[in-house]
Design a protein around this ligand. Structure first.
Ligand code: PXP
Length: 238
């Protein structure tokens, strides 16, 4: 199975917003990702609009032929936005105002009753729903009960240091369990050139979503090279 790279362009908007103008333009980044062989564009429209804004999403949906993966909190506001735009995929993430980034997985098990009607509305609209969860059997079971066709496994703990390989094994076990249950596993968070290969080698994974490192590395080697190098590393693992 091939492994797709979804490029998260949020932090192009973070840099733009630091000065309040139009530069750097996230749509220019989208065109470079297309050229460089990225397989999808991921954006997280946060409640506080700290990076991507509504107008960015309008532009993205109008202008790219790549599949768009909208990361969103499980709120009525975000579901309404997703239903209006109908992106290829919507990845439901936990969101806390005070966090710097999405720090942990969604508690799909504990929040079943809150999530069920939101997931159903998205699925009814033909949007491929993904749940961003920890690599944990209980959460995969909850995703199954919510009828989510996809989960994205949170690689944050692995990326923060996995000296004994336990986190990589959790990811591999979780990916295998997903496929056994008919769920397509994706993964992401904190992935870099140095840590991506062991994750990309997990054969059941169908997609990685990577953002901060690619945009950061673009400062040194350019976005096109940053995306190309990541894709090459992912392909080398298969
Ligand atoms: N996947 C999800 C669901 C995320 O929330 C994020 C961060 O926005 C990423 C992937 C990308 O993480 P990073 O920016 O650390 O590569």
């Amino acid at each position: 199975m091939t492994l797709r790279l979804g490029v998260n362009i949020d932090h192009v908007a973070t840099i733009r917003n630091a000065r309040g103008g139009e530069h750097p333009d996230p749509m220019r980044a989208v065109r470079i990702v297309e050229e460089a062989g990225g397989d999808g564009i991921t954006v997280h429209l946060r409640e506080d609009r700290r990076h991507i804004r509504d107008a960015d999403l309008d532009m993205l949906m109008a202008e790219t032929a790549l599949p768009v993966n909208l990361e969103m909190a499980a709120t009525e506001e975000m579901v309404a936005i997703a239903l209006r735009h109908r992106p290829h995929a919507a990845c439901i993430v936990p969101e806390r105002r005070e966090e710097r980034t999405t720090e942990g997985g969604l508690d799909a098990a504990g929040q079943h009753n809150h999530l069920a009607p939101l997931v159903a509305q998205l699925l009814d609209a033909g949007i491929r729903v993904s749940l961003f969860i920890e690599p944990d059997a209980r959460q995969i079971d909850a995703a199954l009960r919510l009828r989510a066709p996809v989960v994205e496994l949170h690689t944050g703990k692995y990326a923060h240091g996995d000296a004994d390989g336990a986190e990589l094994r959790r990811l591999a076990d979780a990916a295998a369990l997903c496929v056994k249950n008919g769920i397509e596993p994706h993964a992401g968070h904190g992935l870099t050139f140095d840590n991506v290969v062991p994750v990309a080698a997990i054969p059941q994974l169908a997609e990685l979503n990577i953002g901060h490192y690619l945009v950061g590395e673009a400062i040194f080697i350019g976005l096109e090279e940053s995306v190309r190098r990541m894709k090459a590393l992912m392909e080398s693992a298969r």
